[in-house]
Ligand binder design. Structure first.
Ligand code: SAM
Length: 233
């Protein structure tokens, strides 16, 4: 079992679920030790997206220049909305966003909605930071939804940069439908678990990128290739 560990003084409060153990030598003699807890990944992978990550997508990706016509009631669908970290940034920019999640986190137009069971697009564009464990399934399902609806335009997923590698992923995703654009954050993003005090997790800095799949027949009739971009804001 993986343990998370942080250096602490014996006078510091010990959060629920953590254990304090004094170190040997002069550290222990001065009252210092380590706090440890089992790394039980947050259930259903709730890691809210920092607002600047969504803002960066809007600054760089041409979809957000507007002007596209469609018959849906919403412009964007956030199908794993969590507490609305992405949706709220899009709404602040004036977009109509429909937000759903499997879990009720006190936000959204509907909860108890398993995205992987959905059968139609609810907006022309879909934007999310999917649960880590289901990232492949989310990408494949979003692609299927977009392909099944001639009115749909595409989907954008915030994914770890390491999503680019892996033979299974290459076979199932990249060789079948490569993304149109990959926007790589030159600075790592800080992802904090949604259910705990940020202070106890410090900075979970990770390499991320926005992966954007645009509808091939609408945007790339000459054939799909992947353009790389760097976000260095
Ligand atoms: C990494 S968090 C991101 C939350 C939000 N998209 C954001 O960017 O802040 C992933 C979210 O996916 C939700 N989730 C997990 N499995 C799901 C499923 N099958 N269908 C819909 N949402 C799901 C979790 O409840 C969690 O809120």
């Amino acid at each position: 079992m993986k343990l998370i560990c942080r250096y602490a003084h014996e006078d510091a409060p010990v959060p629920e679920g953590w254990k304090f153990k004094k170190l040997g030598g002069h550290h222990g003699a001065n009252g210092y030790g380590v706090l440890t807890m089992a790394d039980n990944r947050e259930k259903d992978d709730f890691y809210p997206t920092p607002p600047y990550a969504t803002q960066a997508l809007m600054n760089h990706c041409p979809w957000f220049e507007g002007g596209f016509m469609h018959d849906y009631d919403y412009d964007y669908w956030e199908p794993a909305c969590g507490d609305g970290a992405i949706s709220e940034v899009l709404k602040d920019a004036g977009w109509r966003v429909y937000s759903t999640d499997l879990i009720d986190r006190g936000y959204g137009d509907a909860t108890g909605v398993d995205f992987l069971m959905e059968t139609k697009m609810l907006a022309p564009w879909l934007v999310t930071n999917p649960p880590y464990k289901l990232a492949n399934e989310f990408v494949k399902h979003a692609q299927w939804l977009v392909d099944s609806d001639p009115e749909a335009h595409g989907h954008a997923m915030l994914l770890r940069l390491a999503f680019l590698e892996g033979q299974k992923r290459y076979t199932e995703i990249f060789s079948q439908f490569p993304p149109s654009h990959v926007y790589v954050f030159s600075k790592r993003l800080t992802m904090i678990r949604g259910d705990h005090e940020a202070a106890w997790y410090g900075s979970g800095k990770m390499a991320f990128a926005w992966f954007v799949w645009e509808r091939t027949d609408k945007y790339h009739p000459e054939g799909q290739t992947t353009e790389m971009h760097w976000i260095n804001d």
